[in-house]
Design a protein around this ligand. Structure first.
Ligand SMILES: Nc1ncnc2c1ncn2[C@@H]1O[C@H](COP(=O)(O)OP(=O)(O)OP(=O)(O)O)[C@@H](O)[C@H]1O
Ligand SMILES: [Mg+2]
Length: 241
């Protein structure tokens, strides 16, 4: 049974049909990448799963059970953590406090929480120097690392990552994708990316969204192996992953 299953999902923003019947599956232990151009509905799909967007029709099953109509807090408690687009970090808190906020769905003692947050700095050594500082200034990539670390602190069964590479320098993008490859051992990931090459490099399966509909899905090598698909959806890169 799939950990996440979406059937015929429809989401409207007023008159705009952001999703027009999207169906997809994510099996436990997989990294599944959702590709598509601007406005295709990638973020809306994640927002519907995490309860931030209310679908008009369709179904969303997590572990075989419908989560439609549940609020965002209830969905987080079920084990779904969403790292949204943009890097929301609270400037009045230290970096470590920002990361610890991610565990607010769990009952963990303060000392254990602190140890877990410290362990995040092993995954993200770049932000360790800012751990206990107030008044920090972080680069875009470092803010992204804080956001991903906070998402991981929820110990989610399913992590929804929205464009973790957006606006980052290539070397930071690689670091972020190394981390995604690392966490896949314990966490199932639904990853939204515009960078098809990076997105598929860590994926077990990929879907392409096109103006609110699923254009296609396949294993990364199938998607890359088809020249027409590559040209139409994957930026036309000819290099294999
Ligand atoms: N809050 C909103 N109000 C109205 N329309 C919205 C809203 N959010 C998104 N849309 C519209 O819904 C459609 C899907 O948007 P969505 O943000 O899901 O796309 P996306 O694939 O994540 O794009 P991007 O790559 O630019 O992040 C677009 O047409 C967008 O303009
Ligand atoms: Mg988006």
């Amino acid at each position: 049974m799939a950990l996440l299953e979406i059937n015929d999902l429809m989401v409207l923003y007023g008159e705009i049909e952001a999703l027009r019947g999207v169906s997809l599956k994510v099996d436990a232990g997989q990294v599944v990448t959702l590709l598509g151009s601007n406005g295709a509905g990638k973020s809306t799909t994640l927002r519907a799963i995490s309860g931030l967007a209310k679908p008009r029709a369709g179904e969303i099953l997590f572990d075989g059970r419908s989560i439609m109509g549940l609020g965002p807090e209830a969905i987080v408690r079920l084990g779904i953590s969403h790292v949204p687009e943009g890097r929301r970090v609270f400037p009045g808190l230290t970096v470590k406090e920002n990361i610890m906020l991610g565990a607010s769905n769990r009952r963990v003692g303060k000392a254990a929480l602190s140890r877990e947050a410290d362990a995040m700095f092993d995954l993200f050594p770049d932000i360790r120097p800012f751990a206990d500082k107030l008044g920090w200034t972080l680069s875009g990539g470092q803010l992204q690392m804080v956001a991903v670390a906070r998402g991981l602190m929820a110990k989610p069964r399913l992590l929804l990552l929205d464009e973790p590479s957006l606006g980052l320098a290539p070397v930071i993008v690689q670091a972020v994708f190394r981390i995604i490859a690392e966490i896949r051992r314990d966490t199932t990931v639904l990853l939204v990316e515009q960078n098809a090459r990076m997105g598929l490099s860590v994926a077990d399966y990929g879907y392409v969204l096109e103006t609110g509909r699923l254009a296609l899905g396949g294993k990364p090598d199938e998607l890359w192996g088809n020249e027409a698909i590559r040209a139409a959806y994957l930026g036309g890169h000819t290099k294999a992953v």
